[in-house]
Design a protein around this ligand. Structure first.
Ligand code: C2O
Ligand code: CU
Ligand code: CU
Length: 485
């Protein structure tokens, strides 16, 4: 072969290879950018009659009224997600996920956390307003074979919160392996309202996560370049640790408490008959009024409580909870219950913060591409305090996502989370936020090119984090620290 032609061939092939690789890397051709359902690896029929597991309610060891004490053990586990195969997992007091901790507003709570792993961890109370030292962020490391005993008073309204590890650079892996649990607060409103309250019967906890299973049913946390950029997107969804679960209910109004416990995926929850449902709570508690909707979008770490009216269904009917068009869970009507409850419109009173009382405004600009994702141009440094705040002052935070700038091919939405506070979203892209974002929030989705304004009053002292809740971004350093004094 002529020398020139040989080089021509080599160069052409290299160019074709590079284009193909770029296409694989940046588009949906490769692994479908974590597309659900259309992947060869998707497991269709994992277990027959896979009942939705309901996490146990954690026993309160303190019989005294107004006090509560709980034990949590961080441990290794084995979980049979797929029939006949065991995955190596992590759990609190069990093999996978954790029990539901349920407390009342005003309770003095103590929790004893024993770490039986060979590696350090932390336990963060996501959404809880407690002092910095009790928050369980990256500074409150629980070393192997030690116990951490945080205590706090519940000082906020009824809500569906959660707990999970927050070890620097390790949050993604430990959450993915199974460390996450729900944390419920009850108060006068949650008691007073005529809504479903029977735990596991018509008041159902749902922790939704996406996984990538190996052929032998394991869930290794191996990140490729694209996971580091976009966050880890699995191809299969599990709920409360179960694949394609079945939930048996009566023909009545049911309450679903949805937690997006995924590392990076955002869901568009809906039902297969395009059923109307009512959202009654956001991250930090009840909305002022229930909001009628057909789809609720939840970014990682966000929660929504919804009421679904099944009273017109008959025994034997089924409906499906979906993410867009992908089936997540089958709801079977197995018993008649013709009790009529009216879905309440008015729920609680929320005092809107007054813009005239804003003491300070700060900007948080999220930019860059994984792993070089930054907030205000900086990556997390445990020894650097990024912002200093005063206790009980009303702050406006302007959060922008500029990661789509500079013609980036691969930009990502970033869910922004703030510790130690529940805030109010007052503006999304220049307009009023949607109705279901007008309650208490601790995590807010900020899409490419978007600007979101929030108002927050910090009522607890100490050192806290703000960060992107795509856990691979957080672990890459898309996090900062603020001190409240
Ligand atoms: Cu859900 Cu800083 O965490
Ligand atoms: Cu948090
Ligand atoms: Cu992010």
């Amino acid at each position: 072969m002529n020398k020139n032609i040989k080089w021509y061939v080599i160069i052409s092939f290299s160019v074709i290879f590079l284009i193909a690789y770029a296409a694989y890397f940046f588009t949906d051709i490769g692994r479908g950018l974590g597309a659900l359902g259309d992947d060869d690896n998707r497991i269709e029929e994992p277990l027959d009659n896979n009942k939705l597991p309901i996490p146990p309610l954690l026993e309160d060891k303190n019989p005294e009224e107004g006090k509560a004490e709980f034990d949590l053990k961080v441990q290794y586990g084995k979980t049979e997600f797929i029939k006949g195969y065991e995955a190596n997992t992590l759990g609190y007091n069990g093999n996978y996920l954790g029990p539901v901790i349920r407390v009342n507003k005003g309770d003095d709570v103590k929790i004893n956390i024993n770490n039986t792993l060979d590696e350090p961890t932390t336990v963060h109370w996501h959404g809880l307003e407690v002092a910095g030292e009790m928050d369980g962020g990256p500074h409150q490391v629980v070393d192997p074979n030690t116990t951490w005993e945080p205590y706090f008073t519940i000082d906020q309204p009824a809500a569906t919160l959660w707990y999970h590890p927050h070890l620097l650079h390790k949050t993604g892996e430990q959450v993915y392996k199974g460390l996450a649990g729900l944390f419920y607060i009850n108060d006068e409103s949650s008691e007073r309202l005529d809504i479903p309250k029977e735990y596991g019967v018509n008041d159902i906890p749902l922790v939704i996560q996406d996984k990538r299973f190996t052929n032998n049913g394991n869930i290794p946390y191996d990140l490729d370049m694209r996971d580091i950029m976009n966050g880890f997107l699995g191809d299969t969804v599990i709920i409360n640790g179960a694949l394609n679960p079945q939930l048996d209910v009566k023909s009545e109004v049911i309450r679903l408490r949805l937690l997006n416990g995924s590392n990076a995926r955002t869901y568009e929850f809906n039902f297969n008959e395009n059923n109307e449902f009512h959202q009654i709570a956001s991250d930090g508690g009840f909305l002022e009024e229930s909001v009628k909707m057909n789809v609720v979008s939840l970014a990682p770490a966000e929660r929504a409580e919804i009421l679904l009216d099944l009273s017109d269904y008959n025994v034997g009917d089924k409906i499906t909870l979906r993410d867009a068009n992908y089936n997540l869970m089958t709801i079977n009507i197995v018993e008649d219950n013709n009790k009529d409850i009216d879905i309440p419109k008015k729920l609680v009173e929320i005092d809107d913060y007054n813009k005239d009382e804003i003491v300070r405004s700060r900007e948080f600009v999220m930019s860059g591409m994984g792993p070089m994702v930054t907030i205000n141009g900086k990556q997390m440094n445990m020894d650097r305090i990024d912002e200093k705040l005063n206790l009980n002052e009303l702050e406006e935070w302007v959060i922008r996502n500029e990661s789509s700038g500079m013609g980036m091919m691969n930009s990502t939405p970033h869910p922004f989370h703030v510790h130690g506070v529940q805030f109010q979203v007052i503006e999304r892209d220049g307009g009023a936020p949607p109705l279901n974002e007008r309650g208490w929030k601790d995590t807010v989705m900020v899409d490419n090119g978007e600007e979101v304004k929030i108002l927050a009053k910090f009522r607890k002292k100490g050192l806290f984090m703000y960060h992107c809740h795509i856990l691979e971004h957080e672990d890459s350093g898309m996090m900062g620290q603020f001190l409240v004094e």
